[in-house]
Design a protein around this ligand. Structure first.
Ligand code: EPU
Length: 429
């Protein structure tokens, strides 16, 4: 059991490089099984979600080989459609992409319901609606889904809720279905384009990814290929927020700035100077930052995954900021922890009212989910004194070497084993 210790107040300077996108990686790996020969994915982040998916791929018979450039080569020749029980599947949300991928490949799948961060209710009714429209029978029995079809047949599917997961899962199931599938009201996140690009390189026929209507013409076979993953816009955004909170001049490298427009606009609005280049952004905050309101929306709106880190930054701004999460209305578990650090935040419904500036104080806090963890690290960077963060396994699901990267920028941050004698005080087992 480890914890992160941050001694706050040190200024950040220098360059930080962003890794491949977690939320692409976790879809690309299951997608690879649809091919009939080896798929190589380059630029994968070294995070525990990728390790878990690699292990699931191996469980179903894939031969997975690590290569240079953070690549994994997935040889699907001996994959079987065996049931995927709870255990590993419950470790992350994205294990649900094996539903679409297995169904697309074998016309059947049996898989435990997914886990992932607790952000309030996270139904998968739209995924099921899509699978059923393609002709699958779907049974939910004792916490597992059983999907089966004689032959998947393309269909017109309107998503009642704009969902990243349902859009990708339906694409995975539809690429080898007979005839044309049209997904209406599809999600438009960059990760969807990345998955569509991989599938297209494998021989799939997909048009419109990145718009709200995606057309897929089913093909009989998909083949191996190589694919380089897009940079992680949420990791990049997290460092941009950290830089706005505690930086002097920080350059974030390996970024597609267009993927971060909503965040960059808000940072500028609060008084942060942002310089954009093709693959880099440089962040220079002014001494005094002003309060701004944010409302999370589907892409290209402000991403819910940056709402929690952004809230930590808002404790430094002058005035009251309103943070409204329209995607996950209960994504506020970090707020209790920020309050332990002296933040003045009130929650009403799906809005948080953050009043500042306040000087955060170091405390013992718990990361309850991935982005809450990132928020607490940022709060620790700003705070006076020492912050101890437990629950760091959540952070390691999605950020590669976060403590090392921040140390290189000048933060005083490290990981440490929790001593036996300290377990009770920190309430860890
Ligand atoms: N929803 C439904 N029914 C469905 C699917 C979704 O009602 O069948 C609702 C959800 O409850 C939510 C909204 O639709 O209110 C959006 O959910 P979506 O399906 O888009 O989310 P997801 O695919 O489960 C991905 C990311 C999340 C990110 C969301 C929104 C992955 C593995 N996860 O989740 O990332 O917050 O999209 O952008 O791609 C994170 O990285 O920390 C994270 C939680």
């Amino acid at each position: 059991m480890e914890k992160i210790i941050v001694n706050g107040g040190y200024k950040l300077n220098g360059t930080v490089r962003v890794n491949g996108a977690k939320n692409s990686a976790v879809a690309l790996l299951p997608a690879s099984i649809l091919a009939n020969s080896t798929v190589t994915i380059e630029g994968l982040p070294s995070i525990s979600d990728v390790d878990t998916l690699q292990s699931i791929l191996e469980d179903i018979g894939a031969k997975v080989t690590k290569g240079a450039d953070a690549a994994l080569a997935i040889d699907p020749a001996e994959i079987e459609s065996i049931p995927l029980p709870n255990g590993k599947v419950k470790k992350l949300r994205a294990s649900y992409y094996f539903m679409g991928a297995m169904l697309g490949k074998f016309n059947k799948a049996a898989i435990g319901l997914p886990g992932g961060c607790f952000l309030g209710p996270r139904p998968i009714d739209q995924h099921i609606k899509g699978f059923e429209a393609l002709g699958a029978q779907v049974r939910n029995e004792k916490g597992a889904l059983y999907l089966e079809a004689e032959q998947l047949v393309g269909a017109r599917i309107y998503l009642d809720v704009v969902s990243v997961g349902a859009t990708i899962n339906i694409m995975l199931a539809a690429v080898k279905a007979k005839g044309q599938t049209i997904i209406e009201n599809a999600a438009k996140e960059p990760e969807i384009i990345d998955v569509a690009t991989l599938l297209t390189n494998m021989g799939a026929k997909i048009k419109g990814a990145g718009t709200d209507i995606i057309r897929i013409d089913g093909v009989a076979e998909l083949h191996g290929c190589s694919h380089t993953i897009i940079p992680d816009r949420i990791e990049a955004g997290t460092y941009a927020i950290a830089a706005a909170a505690q930086g002097e001049e920080v350059t974030i490298d390996n970024v597609i700035p267009e993927h971060l427009e909503s965040l960059l606009a808000k940072l500028r609005e609060m008084g942060v100077e942002i310089e954009q280049k093709d693959e880099q952004i440089t962040v220079r905050p002014k001494k005094k930052l002003s309060a701004v309101n944010i409302k999370t929306l589907v892409h290209p709106g402000f991403p819910t995954d940056l709402q929690q880190p952004f809230t930590a930054l808002l404790t430094k701004t002058k005035g009251t900021s309103i943070v409204t999460d329209t995607i996950y209305q209960a994504r506020f578990k970090h707020i209790d922890e920020l309050r332990r650090m002296n933040a003045a935040i009130k929650v009403e419904g799906n809005s948080a009212f953050v009043t500042g500036p306040v000087q955060l104080e170091g405390a013992h806090v718990k990361a309850t989910d991935l982005r809450a963890g990132a928020a607490l690290i940022i709060a620790g960077l700003i705070a006076k004194g020492r912050t101890e963060i437990t629950g760091i396994e959540h952070i390691e699901r999605g950020y590669e070497n976060m403590t090392e990267k921040l140390s290189q920028l000048g933060a005083s941050i490290r990981k440490e084993k929790v001593a036996e004698a300290d377990m009770k005080r920190l309430d860890v087992k």
